[in-house]
Ligand binder design. Sequence first.
Ligand SMILES: [Zn+2]
Ligand SMILES: [Zn+2]
Length: 151
Amino acid sequence: MSHEGIRIGPMDETAREREDNRPLPRIAVTPEKVRVLLTEGKGMEIDWVDGHRSAWSFAWLREACPCATCVEQRAQEGRKPGQAQRRSAAVLPMYTPPPKPASAHAVGRYAIQFNWLDGHSGGIYSWEYLRRVCQCPECTFADEETTGVPN
Ligand SMILES: [Zn+2]
Ligand SMILES: [Zn+2]
């Protein structure tokens, strides 16, 4: 019995399969302009130095909170960042206002933090995280390709 058959593929193959872990070029994770549309209650838009443009609604961002508690909760419920919680049918459909931050501020040069109206504020949204969860058609399409959905 030999293990000769087991070979680690070339590095670039591995990198392609694990796109999520591949370091992004600096220009892709450096925002040129950040617009937090607080008064409109719409969401956030980022123009990146590499010319790419991203936009997220506040509702999406709230469900993508990168703090340890929210990450764990999503993992337990099998939700992707930005995916809303399924409300149990037993819960009375009370009106809940759409998530919105009371304020937002930069964290150093690498991230942004929201103070949500529901009192939550633990999530530090790094530019790199935000770029990885870009919701533009181009990025979401590329994402589906790597999840192994047959063509
Ligand atoms: Zn959180
Ligand atoms: Zn994108």
